[in-house]
Design a protein around this ligand. Structure first.
Ligand code: F6P
Length: 328
């Protein structure tokens, strides 16, 4: 089986970018070890703090963020970092050529229940026109990502990654500490009968989203004329991994819970990297209004609605939304 390094080299990925990717991967192996040890490592439970998003930080969120930060700050090609757990940009090497954005531990409500969690990352080229420590460095469209991926800490530790030439999955061989290629050139099925959405938010959705999900639930008795199943992992990494593996549609739509914050998922280190992985596997990834990768970011921790997965099903969903575009 091919290992990650040999695949990146055969794809002719630049040596300094490989160095950045390997640094993220080394941090994720450390995180995987702590996740596996769980209560034995004394890393479960919450801290007393909240992050800038107002979410209570778990101990493993903080530890994972620190591991990634420490290793990436010591990696010469890295110019700056952005993390879900950091208020603002973290400056690294002024001579560095790359920017790394990450969610150190996605799905943290699953930590204490031994559920799926993961690290999501996204790499861009640093802009010459902007100081290396400026937030403006990260105001790049998702199409500019040179690499995107996640490490899923589940029954096995998996890496899904794209550097432009398709989306691949590697499995961590913990006897060797090496990620080995286990799924090459992933292709998401165009059609699906499986959807993922947090149904408890349904009363806050707009009418079109109600109508779309309502028609899925009607199954073979409704206009879609086929039966749908529902899955919800409460960790985007787990849901997106299922979509990559067997198709499906994942939705976190905008809603009316909080007028100041109509969407939940973050563009920079959740929606964009997942959108690149999904598109490079033949799927589609949209906010309600446009292709996620085409969104021009305005702020570091900006949030967007996310609708991604099997191409034909995403199109069906967008058809419902475009029929009656909403104001939010
Ligand atoms: O904050 C990100 C996240 O944990 C995602 O991984 C997940 O899809 C979502 O939030 C879960 O949200 P909810 O609390 O609505 O289930």
């Amino acid at each position: 089986m091919k290992n990650l390094l040999s695949v990146l080299r055969s794809d002719e990925v630049a040596a300094d970018l490989i160095q950045v990717i390997e640094t993220v991967i080394n941090a994720s192996k450390e995180i995987a070890f702590r996740v596996r040890q769980g209560a034995l490592a004394g890393v479960l439970g919450s801290t007393q703090d909240e992050n800038i998003q107002g979410e209570t930080q778990k101990q493993l969120d903080v530890i994972s963020n620190q591991l990634l930060k420490d290793l990436l700050l010591a990696c010469a090609p890295v110019a700056a970092l952005a993390s879900e757990e950091e208020d603002s940009v973290v400056a690294a090497n002024p001579e560095g050529q790359y920017l790394v954005a990450f969610d150190p531990l996605d799905g943290s409500s699953n930590i204490d229940i031994n559920g799926q969690i993961g690290t999501i990352f996204s790499i861009y080229r640093a802009l010459d026109s902007v100081p290396h420590n400026s937030e403006l460095q990260f105001n790049q469209q998702g199409t500019q990502q040179v690499c995107a991926g996640y490490v899923l800490y589940g029954p096995s530790t998996l890496l899904a990654i794209t550097t432009g030439k398709g989306t691949r999955c590697f499995t961590l061989d913990s006897t060797q500490g090496t990620f080995l290629l286990t799924a090459d050139n992933i292709q998401i099925t165009k059609d699906t009968q499986e959807f993922a959405i947090n149904m408890s938010n349904s009363r806050f959705w707009n009418d079109d989203m109600h109508c779309y999900i309502g028609d899925l639930i009607l199954g073979e008795t409704g206009p879609r004329q086929k039966r749908y199943n529902m899955r919800w992992n409460a960790a985007m990494v787990g849901d997106v991994h299922r979509v990559l593996t067997r198709g499906g549609i994942f939705l976190y739509p905008s809603d009316k819970r909080n007028a100041k914050q109509p969407a939940k998922l973050r563009l920079l280190y959740e929606a964009n990297p997942m959108a690149l992985l999904i598109e490079n596997a033949g799927g589609k990834a949209f906010s309600e209004q446009q292709r996620i990768l085409a969104i021009q970011p305005k702020q570091l921790h900006e949030r967007v609605a996310v609708i991604l997965g099997s191409a034909n099903e995403v199109d069906e969903c967008l058809g419902y939304l475009q029929a009656h575009p909403t104001a939010y």
